[in-house]
Design a protein around this ligand. Structure first.
Ligand SMILES: [Zn+2]
Length: 592
């Protein structure tokens, strides 16, 4: 054997030995890499992080990381380089919607436990559609003096948020602050009580909270001196040269917000004939990177004004970036708009992290980053591949059911509402159907004949989390909460968009989500900072693991058992040192 050959053989053996050790210890192959140096007043000096930062990107698919990371240079790249990147993360349930995903991340439980089963559902007592955060006892309050309608709180969330538990178990020193464009994100991340839970009301063009939460003086100030209408007249153009984008100038099947064309640039001028901020302007603003940048500034202001992460105890700061969702609904996942808004979010996150490094100290805070759901390709775009893709018209489901029941002497209308995958019957109808096998099977058969329907479940087939090997039935069961979910639950075929637009009208958006298929369920998950061992992790995980993991890092315990602690990503200095010793000893002993 020549010397080169022998050296190669040695290297292979050492590599194998390292790999074997990693496998035995169930640590990632990169666990040998030392963590980034801690700042003087950190980590090891304290048993808990000074600040927990929860970041959610609304509608961010897991594969956006792989597809677009090449051009990332800021905060998204930093999480890949310095964080724990979980490569196999998916919601295991069917109700992949905003309120559901945020509640799951926030509580560590699935919707069958936390009860937030959809963005809105048919309230059987009130006999009307109710949003997940609608609270008849709460009154919304605008920051900066505007008038806002409605009342939102987390009163329908059946378990406490991680943030609430942190404040309760770790002590009153904890401050809880959340920001999003959407009430259903900000409220669910905060929980039932908080120091500030803030969202945006586009009808008033104003930042908003409700009587369930205090009004934060510094935000009143900030909202007055930095009105969103200051962004009126700005233009969203491409950040990078056209060659950096994977997709065509115009996304197939896209439906742009009012006032915008299907290609860049996108001016924030509202209705084309207008000359000042109007409803169309606020829609455009929410669908633009300017809203992400504003949310980032709010987060930085909260850190400065409240001194988050600089007092005794662990503070909690959450931001849900909503604009990727608005852009995705309009332009779809294969669009320059999605790619560009993520380039810009990468810069916003770099800005946020460097602010936190400066004010809280690198290594003193922990970041958890994920998304509430993904999105299905625009059906017209997917059809170009020859795949079976299309639109499942929900009003057609309702028509089919009414027709099927005509011979059976049921009152009309038998259906109260079809919303998302849930069919709600009028009062007493479902109970009657349960006692009439022929009528029930006529209804189920009628639903199955609607184009795009994969299957349909009766409530009693998915209640109480039945033991089942069928992934679709399991996904429906994890989404099911008695009294709130529908009487019948529809599963659309893969690549079929569930659409509630009245028949005969064109839909006013490109695409959506809310199904048990991979493109809706798979999301990114990164942990970074205090107590976290960088690396890529391949064990499967769900976003319900985030809250128990943060709880373990903060030394508290959550009651629900749906999520697990992602302990494989915890930094373990003693094990890492031992592993290094064992690895080198093994290497020496295998030297030829
Ligand atoms: Zn969402």
């Amino acid at each position: 054997m020549d010397r080169g050959h022998a050296a190669r053989g040695y290297r292979i053996q050492v590599f194998s030995a390292l790999l074997a050790v990693s496998t035995v210890l169930a640590l990632p192959a990169v666990a040998q890499v030392a963590p980034p140096p801690a700042s003087p007043k950190t980590a090891n000096a304290s048993a808990r992080p000074k600040l927990v930062v929860l970041l959610v990107v609304d509608q961010m698919r897991a594969d956006y990381v792989e597809k677009f990371r090449e051009h990332w240079t800021g905060g998204l790249k930093r999480m890949i380089d310095e964080g724990a990147w979980f490569r196999d993360v998916a919601y295991p349930y069917a109700a992949t919607e905003t309120c559901v995903g945020h509640s799951t991340i926030s509580t560590g439980a699935f919707p069958s436990t936390h009860g937030m089963v959809a963005n809105s559902w048919w309230d059987r007592d009130a006999q009307k559609l109710m949003t997940c955060t609608a609270d008849p006892k709460a009154q919304n309050v605008a920051y900066g003096g505007a008038t806002v309608k409605g009342g939102d709180s987390a009163w329908r969330m059946a378990v406490p948020a991680f943030a609430e538990e942190l404040k309760f178990q770790a002590g009153d020193a904890t401050r809880v602050v959340t920001f999003s464009l959407k009430a259903r994100a900000s409220v669910t991340m905060a929980g039932h009580k908080a120091d500030a839970a803030v969202w945006f009301d586009p009808a008033a063009g104003s930042w908003t909270t409700s009587s369930a939460y205090p009004v934060a003086a510094f935000l009143e100030e900030y909202a007055k001196s930095h009105p969103v209408k200051n962004d009126y007249g700005k233009t969203w153009g491409l950040l990078l040269p056209p060659s950096a984008y994977l997709y065509d100038e115009k996304a197939t099947g896209a439906v742009a917000p009012e006032g915008w064309d299907l290609s860049f640039p996108h001016p924030l001028r509202g209705n084309v004939t207008g000359s000042e901020p109007d409803a169309a302007f606020y829609d455009e603003w929410q669908s633009s990177p300017f809203a992400d940048t504003y949310l980032t500034r709010l987060a930085k202001t909260a850190v400065d004004q409240l001194g988050l992460g600089r007092r005794d105890g662990t503070d909690f700061l959450a931001v849900s970036y909503s604009s990727v969702d608005y852009v995705g609904h309009a332009f779809g996942p294969r669009s320059r708009e999605i790619q560009d808004i993520l380039f810009r979010l990468d810069k916003d996150l770099a800005d946020l992290f460097s602010h936190l490094d400066q004010k809280v100290g690198r290594g003193n805070y922990v970041v958890a980053f994920s998304a509430d759901h993904g999105v299905v390709p625009v059906p017209e775009d997917m059809q170009k591949t020859g795949a079976d893709a299309g639109v499942l018209h929900l009003p057609e489901v309702q028509e089919h059911i009414e027709k099927a029941l005509e011979p059976f002497n049921f009152g009309k209308p038998a259906v109260a509402r079809v919303t998302g995958s849930d069919v709600f019957f009028a009062a007493g109808v479902y109970e009657k159907l349960q006692g009439d096998a022929k009528a029930m099977s006529a209804v189920l058969d009628a639903i199955r004949t609607v184009p795009g329907v994969e299957g349909v479940y009766r409530a009693e087939e998915v209640a109480d989390r039945p033991a089942t090997q069928n992934p679709l039935r399991r996904a429906m069961a994890l989404s099911y909460f008695p009294g709130r979910s529908g009487d019948l639950l529809i599963v659309p075929k893969a690549y079929w968009l569930m659409d509630g637009t009245p028949l005969g009208q064109g839909r006013h958006y490109g695409t959506g989500h809310g199904t048990p298929w991979g493109y809706d369920q798979r999301v990114p998950l990164f942990l970074m900072g205090f107590g976290i061992q960088r690396g890529e992790y391949f064990a499967s995980a769900t976003p319900a693991d985030i809250a128990p993991t943060l709880a373990a890092l903060c030394g508290i315990t959550l009651a629900p058992r749906d999520g697990r602690i992602l302990a494989e990503a915890f930094f373990r200095p003693s094990v890492s040192a031992k592993q290094r010793t064992t690895a080198s000893a093994t290497a020496i002993s295998t030297k030829p």
